[in-house]
Ligand binder design. Structure first.
Ligand SMILES: Nc1ncnc2c1ncn2[C@@H]1O[C@H](COP(=O)(O)OP(=O)(O)OP(=O)(O)O)[C@@H](O)[C@H]1O
Ligand SMILES: O=c1ccn([C@@H]2O[C@H](COP(=O)(O)O)[C@@H](O)[C@H]2O)c(=O)[nH]1
Length: 239
């Protein structure tokens, strides 16, 4: 079955907001369990999976700053939010008998392991799912950038962005429902046309390390395995 996968070692970036479900804030356990099942299905097919979960369902530094708070403190809160999301996703994976480990860029040793590339590589070779928490560990970055960084460090074959929409569009499809969806797109087109599906730092890192970026909807059941088997709807961003 492994041979049927287009990309074997993947970095899956999940939008924090995807974990909210229909709530306005926080985590919907049923959604987390459904997403965990998608990951478990990919692992069962032979995929080696690293995951980065955003924190937008709990805190974003820019939102804290917009309300008069300190941006760096807000970013610290955002990074801690990603740790909470990572812990809940790892638990959901373990309930499905998948070995899952949380490795954080921010050290909280009584709660999870601190990220180390060598250790993470060994775990992935063993078939464990690694949930990379804490983003890059630095303020003024996003989890998209953290995910691109980990994809490069772990020599992933692809960076899969599981988000609210089923690909990259000519404009935000939530704002313009008539926007055009692309099947393929160049890294530089995202940057020069300022398409806001992910941040420029993340795209540039993926481009400079020749890692294809696949944007798909995590809300579509079975979407992760479909992408790995080159079926379904998604956009591939490359050269
Ligand atoms: N040109 C575009 N094509 C596709 N999506 C776009 C585009 N411009 C803006 N978007 C929006 O970008 C969003 C993708 O970002 P996402 O929700 O994954 O946020 P995030 O910041 O990565 O995650 P989090 O929710 O954790 O903060 C989509 O939901 C979509 O509405
Ligand atoms: O490397 C990083 C990653 C994230 N942050 C902060 O966390 C929040 C949540 O991440 P999203 O990517 O927006 O989901 C982000 O808004 C930042 O405040 C960070 O500081 N450094």
């Amino acid at each position: 079955m492994t041979n049927s996968l287009r990309w074997k070692r993947i970095l899956l970036k999940l939008s924090g907001e995807a974990l909210m479900g229909s709530q306005a804030f926080g985590i919907d356990p049923a959604i987390v369990q459904r997403i965990a099942k998608e990951i478990a299905d990919a692992v069962a097919l032979g995929a080696q999976v690293g995951v980065v979960v955003g924190g937008g369902n709990i805190f974003r530094g820019v939102a804290v700053a917009a309300k008069g708070g300190n941006r760096v403190t807000g970013d610290h809160m955002g990074m801690l939010a990603t740790i909470m999301n990572s812990l809940t996703l790892a638990d959901a994976l373990r309930r499905l008998k998948v070995n899952a480990r949380v490795l954080s860029a921010v050290s909280v040793p009584s709660i999870c392991e601190t990220f180390s590339q060598r250790v993470a590589d060994r775990y992935m070779e063993d078939g464990d799912v690694i949930v990379f928490a804490g983003g890059t560990g630095n303020p003024f970055f996003t989890t998209d950038s953290g995910a691109a960084l980990r994809a490069a460090e772990m020599k992933c074959d692809a960076f899969l962005k599981g988000t609210q929409v089923d690909g990259v569009y000519s404009e935000d499809p939530k704002v313009n429902p008539n926007a055009e969806r692309y099947d393929t797109l160049g890294y530089d087109e995202i940057i020069t046309r300022n398409l806001k599906v992910m941040d420029t730092t993340a795209i540039a890192l993926a481009r400079d390390n020749s890692i294809p970026v696949i944007v798909f909807s995590i809300h579509s059941p079975g979407a992760l395995v479909s992408v790995l088997q080159e079926t379904g709807t998604y956009t591939v961003v490359g050269d």
